[in-house]
Design a protein around this ligand. Structure first.
Ligand code: MF3
Ligand code: CO
Length: 255
């Protein structure tokens, strides 16, 4: 069952989203190339969540051991923080969920460490972020669920990249994961009709190589099968009568 939210509930989710956006931005700004480890990123996330009086939603979720998921280079998602140092030229996915006043928001960005990145990696980041926004544009009443994934997939594949199939976005609200699943691929015009009050975490994962992924022996870290670079961007979005409303943005900031 898809749980629709009232405008007042959406405002509560927006409060969580504003905190989350700030946390993610401050984490990204706190990375010191050649020094910061992925575990340092986790510590930053914990401290920021505490500073904003929120609760992290990933820790202990299905046994996930940390606060944030950190995915470096060929890692797609669900990377477990550890001793790995991130260097200039690496791309690092920062995926975080928080709860404020009982309401969840979930968001992710992928950043170039030190601002330095190969042209290939830079183009991947740009296409993935743009693909997220192409999907978000479709999150409006009257469209169907698969219009979101179709917009993402066509944007990505037209540019020669591939979209991960094995992991999908999701409904979100009082729980981190609610119905429906939100694939980043598919034929248009399929699935449930989108309605005002639905809240979705839309999260394309885009690879330079093939779309196939595999999970490492830690049972969490998802990597590309061909070890090509992968990027991930995610926003929590409310469907309103006027169209999509991105909840995971810091006030006075662009997407
Ligand atoms: N953003 C991811 C998702 O929506 C991360 C959750 S995985 C967790 O599924 F286990 F770490 F929580
Ligand atoms: Co998510």
């Amino acid at each position: 069952m898809i749980i629709k939210k009232t405008p007042a509930e959406i405002e509560k989710m927006r409060a969580a989203g504003a905190v989350l956006a700030r946390c993610i931005k401050e984490i990204a700004d706190g990375i010191v190339p050649g020094k910061t480890t992925t575990l340092d990123i986790d510590v930053m996330a914990e401290e920021l969540i505490r500073k904003y009086k929120a609760i992290g939603s990933f820790k202990n979720y299905r046994g996930y051991p940390n606060t944030v998921c950190v995915a470096v280079n060929e890692e797609v998602v669900h990377g477990i923080p550890g001793a790995r140092v991130v260097f200039p030229g690496d791309i690092v996915g920062i995926d975080l969920g928080v709860i404020v006043d009982g309401w969840h928001c979930d968001s992710a960005i992928t950043v170039a460490v030190g601002g330095e990145v190969s042209p290939e990696a830079g183009a991947l980041l740009k296409v993935t972020k743009e693909a997220l926004h192409k999907g978000i544009e479709q999150a409006r009443p009257g469209n169907r669920l698969s219009d979101i994934g179709h917009a993402i997939q066509s944007y990505v594949e037209k540019r020669g990249y591939s979209v991960v199939r094995d992991l999908v976005g999701h409904g979100i609200g009082r729980s981190l994961h609610e119905e429906p699943n939100v694939p980043n691929f598919g034929r248009p015009g399929k699935g449930v009709r989108l309605e005002e009050g639905m809240t979705l975490a839309i999260e394309p994962m885009v690879n330079i190589g093939g779309f196939a992924v595999e999970t490492l022996r830690d049972n969490w870290t998802v990597v590309t099968k061909d070890r090509s670079l992968s990027a991930h961007f995610e926003h929590t979005v409310a469907i309103t009568k006027n169209g999509p409303d991105i909840l995971t943005m810091a006030p006075v900031e662009e997407a």
